[in-house]
Design a protein around this ligand. Structure first.
Ligand code: AMP
Ligand code: MG
Length: 419
C-alpha cells in the first residue's frame, strides 16, 4: 500500500529489516479478540469458546451399563460357570425395579441404570441368555462393563477452557452439559481487496498487459480456511480516489486485507490516503518471498480496524497471509494457539536463497521417510509451487545454500495450530 524506498542490498536497508518474529509480535500486540456472543450450538462449530465451561452435573449422570447383558455382584461371577436367578430387566431410559442380591442377576441393556447391589455387567455373549436362571459361562472381573457416574465429566470440573476451538466433540460435550447457546468469540468479517491497474476480474479475458485477479480468491479462501468470513470487495484501481472509496467501504468489516501496491515503485499517494484514516506502518521484513508488508489501524465510528497490505505476487500474498494475517485473525477469533506444528526433515534438493533473508520454500514433506523435497521453481509469482506443497521449509537467514541431505525445519501448513 505504500512506497518503500530502500535497496535490499544496502547496509542501511539491512539495518531496517524486521525479522518475522518482530513483525508478528507488533501485529499481535495490536489485534484483540472480538467481543463474545451467544449462538446456537451448530453455529458455534469452528469458533472459539469465550468462557470456561464448568460441569454443573455429572456426565453420565448415573452408573449405567456399557453392554447388553446381566447386572450382577462381582463376587458371584469371579469363577464360571455359575447359575444366577434372573430377577427382572432394565432397559435404557428405564429404572431398575429392585436391587440385585447374592446369587441374582438382572437383564440390562446398554445405557440402562445399574440396579443397587450390582457392580458388574456380564456380557450376554458370556451367558446362555436364559430368562429365569441364567448360566454365566465366562468368569468376569468385578466392575467390568459399568460406566461410573461422572466418568466422562465430573461435576464441578472445568470441562473446556476459554480459547478452546469448538470441534464436533466439544459441541457434543456442550450438548451433554445442557448448553444450547454457548458464549463464543465472534467470527471476524474480513474485507478482501486487490489493487492494481493491471488486475481484471476472473470472468474477464485479460487484455494486453492485464492479468486475472488471483489474490482476492486465494486470500479469501485462506480467510475461510481460518474460520473467518471473507467479504470480496472490488479491484481497486491505482488512484487515490479509488483507494479512499474502497477503504471507506471496507471499514464496516472487522479487518481488511489488500494485496498489491506495497512494493517499491508504487505511487506516493497510498500512504497519505491510508494515513487519512489511521496509522500506517510499512515494514520491510527479512524474508523471501514477501518482503514488504503494510499494517495499518484505521479508525472510525469508535472502532479500530486492522488492515494488512500484502504484496501482490500471488505466492508472496499467500505466504505473508500464512505468517502474519492468519495468526492475527486467529487471535481476533479468540484462539490462543497461533503456531502451526513443525517437524525436522532431511532436505532432498539443494536450496539456494539470499543469505541475509529467511526463506520459506514450498515443499512436500513425507513424514514416513522423514524427507522434504522442493516443489520446483520457487519464484514468488509461481503459485503452482504452493499448490503442490504440503509444507514450508523454514530456512534461516545466514546461509545462501542448504545442501541436499541437510536437516531442515518444516512448517506443517496443512495441520491446525498446536502451540
Ligand atoms: P505489486 O505488489 O502491486 O507491485 O504486484 C507485484 C506483482 O504481483 C505484479 O506482477 C502484479 O501484477 C502481481 N499481482 C498484483 N496483484 C495481483 C492479483 N490480485 N492477482 C495476481 N497477481 C497480482
Ligand atoms: Mg500493484
Amino acid at each position: 500500500m505504500c512506497v518503500v524506498r530502500i535497496s535490499p542490498t544496502s547496509a542501511r536497508a539491512a539495518e531496517r529489516l524486521l525479522t518475522v518474529d518482530e513483525a508478528l509480535e507488533r501485529i499481535l500486540a495490536r489485534v484483540h479478540p472480538l467481543p463474545p456472543r451467544e449462538m446456537p450450538l451448530l453455529d458455534a462449530l469452528g469458533r472459539t469458546l469465550a468462557v470456561d465451561v464448568v460441569a454443573d452435573r455429572d456426565v453420565p449422570p448415573f452408573r449405567n451399563s456399557a453392554m447388553d447383558g446381566y447386572a450382577v455382584r462381582g463376587e458371584d461371577v469371579a469363577s464360571a460357570p455359575v447359575r444366577l436367578r434372573v430377577v427382572g430387566a432394565v432397559a435404557a431410559g428405564g429404572v431398575p425395579e429392585r436391587a440385585v442380591a447374592r446369587g441374582e442377576a438382572m437383564r440390562i441393556m446398554t445405557g440402562a441404570p445399574m440396579p443397587d447391589g450390582a457392580d458388574t455387567v456380564v456380557r450376554v455373549e458370556d451367558t446362555d441368555n436364559a430368562d429365569d436362571v441364567v448360566t454365566v459361562t465366562v468368569a468376569t472381573p468385578t466392575g467390568l462393563s459399568v460406566r461410573q457416574a461422572g466418568e466422562d465429566l465430573a461435576r464441578g470440573t472445568t470441562v473446556l477452557r476459554a480459547g478452546s476451538l469448538l470441534r464436533p466433540a466439544e459441541i457434543g460435550l456442550l450438548a451433554s452439559l445442557g448448553i444450547p447457546r454457548p458464549s463464543v468469540v465472534g467470527r471476524p468479517r474480513v474485507a478482501v481487496l486487490s489493487t492494481g491497474d493491471e488486475v481484471v476480474e476472473v470472468t474477464e479475458s485479460p487484455g494486453p498487459g492485464k492479468i486475472r485477479d488471483a489474490n482476492r480468491y486465494s486470500v479469501a479462501s485462506a480467510i475461510l480456511a481460518s474460520s473467518c468470513e471473507p467479504q470480496l470487495r472490488s479491484i481497486v484501481r491505482d488512484t487515490p480516489e479509488a483507494l479512499r472509496a474502497a477503504l471507506h467501504d471496507a471499514m464496516s468489516a472487522d479487518a481488511i486485507v489488500t494485496s498489491g501496491g506495497v512494493s517499491v515503485g508504487d505511487h506516493d499517494w497510498v500512504k497519505p490516503v491510508v494515513s487519512e484514516l489511521g496509522t500506517l506502518d510499512v515494514w520491510a521484513i527479512a524474508i523471501r518471498p514477501g518482503r514488504p508488508l503494510a499494517f495499518a489501524q484505521l479508525r472510525g465510528d469508535g472502532r479500530v480496524v486492522p488492515l494488512f497490505g500484502l504484496p501482490g505476487n500471488p505466492v508472496s500474498a499467500l505466504l505473508t497471509f500464512e505468517l502474519f494475517v492468519r495468526p492475527a485473525l486467529l487471535r481476533m477469533s479468540g484462539r490462543t494457539k497461533l503456531q502451526r506444528p513443525r517437524a525436522r526433515a532431511t532436505l532432498l534438493d539443494p536450496l539456494d536463497k539470499p543469505g541475509f533473508l529467511r526463506f520459506f520454500a514450498r515443499a512436500i514433506y513425507d513424514p514416513t521417510a522423514g524427507t522434504v523435497g522442493l516443489t520446483g521453481p520457487q519464484g514468488s509469482g509461481i503459485l503452482r509451487s504452493m499448490s503442490l506443497a504440503n509444507c514450508l521449509v523454514d530456512a534461516p537467514a545466514g546461509p545462501s545454500r542448504i545442501a541436499a541431505g541437510e536437516s531442515v525445519e518444516v512448517i506443517l501448513t496443512d495441520l491446525p495450530e498446536d502451540h
